[in-house]
Design a protein around this ligand. Structure first.
Ligand SMILES: Cc1ncc(COP(=O)(O)O)c(C=O)c1O
Length: 406
């Protein structure tokens, strides 16, 4: 009888395979870098989120090693018990500083992952109301899965009233807000959209939040360290100032496994909001604190990230790519960030192109539903400060050849 379950899942897995939706893991035998060893083969890669090329920086390895020697391998407990070590505290203060020019009286809370930070922020904020009130949540159509899951949890646990607004359509959002008589509202959006690469219109969103008295959560996983003149992220890019009272409405999420080159995430917001999330964020409270050595390493990441030359190299690479690539059948999606997707359309076609690139020892992932909407399968090409112009030219040449021969 137990085989009933095995047969059930085998059937579902076969179905995924037939619809070209079954994902497979590739095992990397070398560090994150433009050229990586996959199954014994050197592959030129354009798929990591290691935007500044820090994931294999010797200074970070040194800092983490030093952290391991001083603080051991594990934190030993959750933050609220005995797992909150000095490096966690120092890191939180440093992270808050990165957003201090944009958010008034800002504090920061460090998490093991961005997924957990999003769950904590959305559920703690929406769970703050008494029995006869609920939060209205306005969620951007193309938000990351972790925001979607946070919003779904808020709907189930806290009866939040959820409405999804179309991508970048602020007049649709405004119409929804204008009709809402609810006193408590939360707008939720990616800062840089992870599968498209475009930027949320944060200035306009903040204006709407202010006009309709809402909080606004911005998940800047792909913007922190990358956008803004000094890598401060989307709030720096949008020229948000802490002197504007409306900026106290912002709940900023930055992640630390992408541009920062290690792992983890943080929420930065007015100190009262941070205190509330610290008290009520279940994915903060009920989990083991990440190793203090990682926090120690992340302090070094912040130091390296403040060097504008990494962003200058990354932006040079993005400009070179946009200037040189010429496509006939496919289209490059409008993006100025390190995420430069090429829209293909059909899942099978996107997979075929990714496979042909792979045969040329170039690794670019095909992104398919459900990660992206049906018929919008794409190649998600990402650049790093460490790519060379020759490597980018090699990719362009291969893409143009494959497009021509299809
Ligand atoms: C927009 C966005 N938010 C959150 C996350 C989750 O962050 P983490 O990988 O730290 O869990 C990701 C990707 O990983 C992301 O792309």
């Amino acid at each position: 009888m137990a085989l009933k379950y095995i047969n059930h899942f085998n059937h579902l897995l076969d179905d995924l395979e037939q619809r070209s939706l079954k994902r497979t893991l590739k095992i990397c035998d070398s560090a994150s870098a433009p050229v990586m060893t996959i199954d014994g083969q050197a592959m030129l890669t354009f798929c990591s989120n290691d935007y500044l090329g820090l994931a294999n920086h010797p200074e970070l390895a040194k800092a983490i090693t030093e952290g391991l020697q001083r603080f051991g391998s594990g934190s030993g407990a959750s933050h609220m018990i005995s797992g909150h070590h000095r490096p966690h505290d120092v890191l939180e203060k440093a992270l808050a500083k990165t957003q201090a020019a944009f958010i008034p009286e800002v504090h920061a809370l460090f998490f093991s992952t961005g997924y957990m930070a999003n769950l904590a922020a959305i559920t703690a904020i929406s769970g703050s109301l008494g029995s006869n009130q609920v939060m209205s949540i306005y969620s951007e159509e193309l938000n990351h899965a972790s925001l979607i899951d946070g919003v779904r949890l808020a709907s189930k646990q806290n009866q939040a009233k959820v409405q999804v607004f179309p991508h970048q359509n602020l007049s649709a959002l405004e119409q929804l807000l204008a009709k809402d008589t609810n006193q408590f509202k939360l707008i939720v959006t990616d800062g840089v959209f992870s599968m498209d690469g475009d930027l949320a219109k944060v200035t306009e969103l903040l204006k709407l939040a202010d006009q309709y008295d809402a909080l606004i959560l911005v998940d800047d996983a792909h913007g922190f360290g990358v956008v803004g003149q000094h890598g401060g992220g989307i709030l720096e890019h949008a020229d948000i100032r802490n002197t504007d009272e409306a900026a106290a409405r912002i709940i900023y999420i930055g992640t630390l496994g992408k541009a920062a080159g290690i792992s983890g995430a943080f929420i930065a917001a007015h100190k009262t909001l941070i205190e509330w999330i610290t008290q009520k964020g279940r994915s903060y409270i009920y989990t083991t604190a990440s190793p203090p050595a990682m926090a120690h390493g992340l302090l070094k990441s912040l130091e390296l990230m403040s060097d504008d030359s990494y962003r200058a190299s990354l932006n040079k690479n993005i400009q070179h790519w946009k200037k040189t690539l010429r496509l006939n059948k496919w289209s490059l999606m409008p993006s100025d960030t390190a995420i430069q997707p090429i829209m293909i359309g059909k899942t099978e076609d996107a997979l075929q192109v990714a496979q042909q690139l792979y045969q040329k020892n170039i690794w670019v992932p095909a992104i398919r539903p459900p990660t992206v909407p049906a018929d919008t399968a794409r190649l998600r090409i990402t650049f790093s400060a460490s790519h060379t112009t020759e490597q980018i030219d090699h990719l362009i040449q291969a893409l143009m050849e494959i497009e021509h021969d299809l």
